[in-house]
Design a protein around this ligand. Structure first.
Ligand SMILES: Nc1nc2c(ncn2[C@@H]2O[C@H](COP(=O)(O)OP(=O)(O)OP(=O)(O)O)[C@@H](O)[C@H]2O)c(=O)[nH]1
Ligand SMILES: [Mg+2]
Length: 198
């Protein structure tokens, strides 16, 4: 699949403003700083599309991007310790409302840093997705940071910790530009299933 078009659409702060027009969507969730916005830019080939930052907590809104004839949705990162409890609640409820209300959410990508074991919040997110029967895949990010050997070892550990099969994992690096083709293949396959199922 080629990406012919990738444009920023809008950012939403309130659940009532979430878009629900039937256009297929792929959501990106994960801890603050795990590399969600960078991955979006890497996949679309537009470096400045989603704002990235080395300071965690950059993405606080639900950000919509039109890509070809589907959408990428960049969700706020969780687990950022420096925000107050009230703000944490706002983020998670906005994210939760998005995940439950989008009627055309084709697939959610949950991003995990290859160097770290999943946190309790990562596990909560996976439980949430499973509980509501929302299809998801795990993306292992920043694989340029590890040797191949260490990476394979960590992926095994993460899979064991989550009790998930390694086939649900895709390893990527936005920096070293690895994993794009595989992700695009997955997106294409899921889109055709979605369109066929309508
Ligand atoms: N080495 C390496 N660094 C990366 C990679 N992807 C992202 N980063 C860096 O990690 C930091 C966070 O990246 P973002 O894409 O802004 O992370 P995010 O998940 O969108 O963060 P929030 O918006 O805070 O939730 C930035 O400093 C990026 O340059 C990667 O593949 N390799
Ligand atoms: Mg971000």
């Amino acid at each position: 699949m080629n990406i012919n078009k990738a444009i920023y659409l809008t950012s939403v702060a309130n659940s009532k403003d979430l878009i629900n027009d039937g256009v297929p969507e792929f959501a990106f969730v994960g801890r603050s700083n795990v590399g969600k916005s960078s991955l979006l830019n890497y996949i679309t080939g537009k470096r400045e599309l989603a704002k990235t930052s080395s300071t965690p907590g950059k993405t606080k809104l639900v950000n919509y991007f039109l890509v070809n004839d589907f959408r990428f949705v960049d969700l706020p990162g969780y687990g950022f310790a420096k925000v107050g409890k009230s703000q944490k609640d706002v983020w998670s409820s906005l994210m939760g409302d998005y995940l439950l209300s989008s009627k055309s959410l084709v697939l959610t990508f949950l991003l995990l840093d290859c160097r770290h074991l999943p946190t309790d919040q990562d596990k909560q997110m996976i439980n949430y997705l499973m509980h509501y029967n929302l299809p998801f895949m795990i993306i292992i990010t920043k694989i340029d940071k590890l040797s191949k050997l260490a990476l394979n070892k960590n992926i095994k550990k993460i899979a064991y910790e989550l009790k998930l099969r390694e086939e649900m994992f895709v390893a990527v690096s936005s920096q070293a530009k690895l994993g794009r083709e595989k992700l695009l293949d997955i997106i294409e396959a899921r889109l055709s299933l979605f369109e066929g199922g309508k």
